[in-house]
Write a protein that binds this ligand. Structure first.
Ligand SMILES: [Zn+2]
Length: 265
């Protein structure tokens, strides 16, 4: 079986047919889902769906760097974490991180120092609660490493939707962080040069659905049922059997997020 380690099943894009999307993913062998929050509402809905689909959906709670300019209240995340009813339903902090990508000449996440502060505070929450962290990083790898290095302890975690270069990959693997690869691996020339260098023991599969739809479905909404297409592309880039990619990445996801055994899957 596969695990989709980053899928926004909590977004309204799936309101009309969420149960069918999950059912179709299961038929494709994708049986568990890590659903991250990006803001207040999506953290709440991620936890809600983890309760609705126990043992199948697991929530992460955090604030995306795009939220940084709004100065979000991190005590909300702690309220969710401290609620005993949510025990075993929240398996990570995130997604959080740094995004320096410019849109119409402006950094979408706003001031870099404000992003760094929001990120750092969430890393500290991850350490305090001993949870892994789901890191979003776009065009900000040097500051990502600088921020991580200000901590007493680097949390366990994954750099999701990896978009860096070979040197960035080397540092990430030295830090013991996992690398998340998405559907853009089916068409990105950059990723085709990177993926052969990712250690299989540090690799995770994710769709980031509804975004980043893989070939041959580009132009339509992405869904977790397409995880096997990502695994196949990685298998061909690494010269390995797809079954090996499936088994190893599932093992990695279970280890990183401490997922409980689910006999019914
Ligand atoms: Zn992201």
């Amino acid at each position: 079986m596969y695990i989709d380690t980053h899928v926004q099943l909590n977004f309204s894009d799936f309101d009309a047919d969420r149960a069918m999307v999950i059912g179709n993913a299961k038929k494709a062998g994708v049986k568990q889902f890590i659903v991250p929050g990006v803001d207040h509402l999506s953290c709440r809905t991620a936890v809600h769906f983890a309760h609705e689909y126990p043992g199948i959906i697991f929530a992460a709670v955090g604030f995306h760097p795009y939220e940084a300019p709004k100065n979000p209240d991190l005590s909300y995340i702690e309220t969710l974490l401290k609620d005993d009813a949510n025990k075993n339903y929240i398996v990570a902090i995130g997604e959080c991180g740094l995004d320096y990508h410019q849109y119409k000449g402006e950094v979408a996440g706003g001031r870099k120092d404000v992003q760094q502060k929001l990120f750092r505070e969430q890393l500290e929450i991850a350490n305090f609660y001993d949870l892994p962290v789901i890191i979003h990083c776009r065009e900000a790898f040097d500051d990502l490493f600088a921020t991580l290095n200000t901590l007493n302890k680097i949390p366990r975690g994954v750099v999701h939707c990896f978009s860096g270069g070979l040197q960035d990959l080397r540092v990430i693997q030295e830090l013991g962080l996992y690398v998340g690869i998405d559907g853009n691996v089916t068409y990105s020339k950059q990723l085709a040069t990177i993926v052969p260098h990712i250690s299989l023991s540090m690799l995770l599969l994710e769709t980031d659905a509804p975004y980043l739809t893989p070939v041959p479905h580009r132009g339509t909404r992405n869904e977790p049922k397409y995880i096997p297409l990502i695994a196949q592309k990685i298998a061909s880039l690494q010269g390995k059997e797809v079954s090996v990619i499936m088994e190893e990445t599932t093992k990695n996801a279970q280890a990183l997020f401490s997922l409980p055994e689910n006999e019914r899957l």
